[in-house]
Design a protein around this ligand. Structure first.
Ligand SMILES: [Zn+2]
Length: 61
């Protein structure tokens, strides 16, 4: 039972071993379902690098 991870760009849940691409971001490894999602992330990493669902009431600045 491998843990599933979430592609931060499209929100799809994938298994790490099925990821088309990975990226280190601020000490964490992110997994992408496709190279398209990886490219999208690289264009705007700060938009996708901090999933909103991890810390519910995250203060906005
Ligand atoms: Zn994706």
């Amino acid at each position: 039972m491998a843990d599933k991870v979430k592609d931060p760009v499209c929100g799809m849940e994938i298994r790490p071993e099925d990821a088309a691409a990975t990226e280190e971001h601020e000490g964490r490894t992110l997994y992408f379902c496709s190279h398209d999602c990886h490219d999208t992330f690289l264009k705007d990493p700060h938009r996708y690098g901090h999933p909103a669902d991890e810390h519910g009431g995250h203060a906005h600045h």
